[in-house]
Ligand binder design. Structure first.
Ligand code: DN4
Ligand code: BGC
Ligand code: ZN
Ligand code: ZN
Length: 363
């Protein structure tokens, strides 16, 4: 069996190593992929630090190849296909279905019994390696080869597209839009300033919201500039607590996973406000909630929704956004990718480069 350079951990304990590991091909796998780029995110760092207790190794193995964000090229194809051919750029989907009703209709992102797997996260080897075998069924084709520089953002953006699908469903419970049935003058606050926060903010701008990102420290000048290019405002809520709490918000999106911060900004939600919980951090400190917090949620008809992962349809929509944004924002879009490193740079898993939005590994 051939060996390929791979980055792996021992889940759920953590750690990160790089080395040559055997590349297995299962009988149902009909495509060989060459990995071009891997994105690195909060989930990868959480797995490596041992903060995500839900991560686990493939059955019978004591290690997990990590990585779920990638842009790949079809290296070999072993079956006739009208859709795919050798050389196509593709994004493999993260979550693989189990047997529940949601999984059986391609909505494993809403799996109803937890019996699914996620590449590089739960029980299935991921994409941080030179090559791997997969099934055409789990690939999404990048429609335009000119998107090679930004298509690695498809996977993190697909989560955001799903998050907004959740928002679309929930916002129907009352009249949420303004009198012109648009979201202009509605306010969206995003907690956190990482890649997912930027992508959530950009889609919120698309919807017509006035968007503010917040963090507990100042932001590098360069990141503030990039945010401005996309029409996003930033507030450091420690140095400007009044500014951060000044306006009511209609939509609050959390990418921090920090309960204390979430409850603090929850109190800025307007009537019929919506909180989308997205950030995961099992090591975040606990926060106090009292009866008045619960009263606040009830009296204002506030909806709190968790949102995880996404389905193929969201990957396709994410690619549509990226294609449009490349046209609208030009070179600014690629500024979201703030660093491009060889895979041997394992310190990236424990240290965020300064000014990071999205760090990628180039294979
Ligand atoms: P990230 O870049 O680590 O983003 C987390 C952001 O939250 C960073 O900007 C943090 O700031 C910021 N933050 C942490 N604590 C606070 C706080 N107390 N107040 C304000 N901001 C804070 O990771 P990412 O953008 O890749 O992903 C965001 C989160 O979503 C991670 O927890 C992922 O595990 C999770 N995630 C969930 C899904 C899903 O549900 C998909 C992808 C990611 P700093 O680091 O600059 O200080 O499907
Ligand atoms: C991935 C999702 C996955 C989630 C698990 C994220 O980083 O993008 O596909 O479901 O991690 O928490
Ligand atoms: Zn990720
Ligand atoms: Zn399922």
């Amino acid at each position: 069996m051939e060996n390929v350079k791979s980055i792996y951990t021992h889940a759920p304990g953590g750690g990160v190593e790089i080395g040559d590991l055997p590349l297995e091909r299962l009988p149902e796998q009909n495509v060989r992929l060459k990995v071009l780029y891997s994105g690195l995110c909060g989930t990868d760092r959480g797995i490596v630090s041992g903060a995500l207790s839900f991560a686990y190794n493939p059955e019978g193995s004591d290690r997990l190849v990590i990585g779920h964000e990638s842009l790949c090229m079809i290296d070999e194809i072993y079956e006739e296909s009208d859709e795919f051919k050798k050389g196509d750029l593709v994004v493999p989907v993260v979550r693989r279905p189990g047997d529940c009703v949601n999984c059986r209709i391609g909505r494993q992102d809403n799996c109803s019994d937890g019996d699914k797997h996620e590449a590089g996260i739960t029980g299935m080897n991921g994409f941080m390696r030179e090559y791997f075998y997969d099934n055409l069924e789990y690939l999404v084709k990048v429609p335009d080869p000119g998107m090679r520089d930004i298509a690695v953002l498809t996977e993190p953006l697909k989560n955001v597209v799903k998050g907004f699908e959740v928002f679309d469903v929930i916002s129907k419970r009352s009249v949420y839009a303004n009198e012109y049935s648009t979201f202009e003058e509605k306010r969206c606050m995003v907690i956190g300033t990482g890649a997912e926060a930027f992508l959530y903010s950009m889609v919120a701008v698309e919807y017509g919201f006035t968007v503010t990102m917040v963090n507990r420290h100042p932001l590098e000048e360069r990141k503030i500039e990039i945010a401005k290019e996309f029409g996003i405002q930033f507030i450091d809520y420690v140095s400007d607590p009044k500014g951060a709490m000044a306006n009511g918000n209609d939509l609050l999106i959390d990418t921090s996973g920090d309960p204390g911060t979430i409850f603090k900004f929850l109190k800025t939600l307007n009537y019929n406000g919506i909180l989308v919980l997205f950030g995961t951090n099992g090591k975040a400190p606990s926060a106090q909630v009292d009866g008045s917090d619960i009263d606040f949620l009830i009296e204002r008809n506030i909806t709190v929704a968790g949102s995880v992962d996404a389905a193929k349809i969201h990957y396709i929509k994410a690619l549509e956004y990226l294609r449009k944004w490349k046209y609208v924002y030009g070179d600014s879009l690629s500024h979201l990718i703030t660093g491009d490193f060889p895979p041997e740079n394992l310190d990236l898993f424990s240290r965020k480069p300064s000014g990071e939005i999205k760090t990628v590994l180039r294979w």
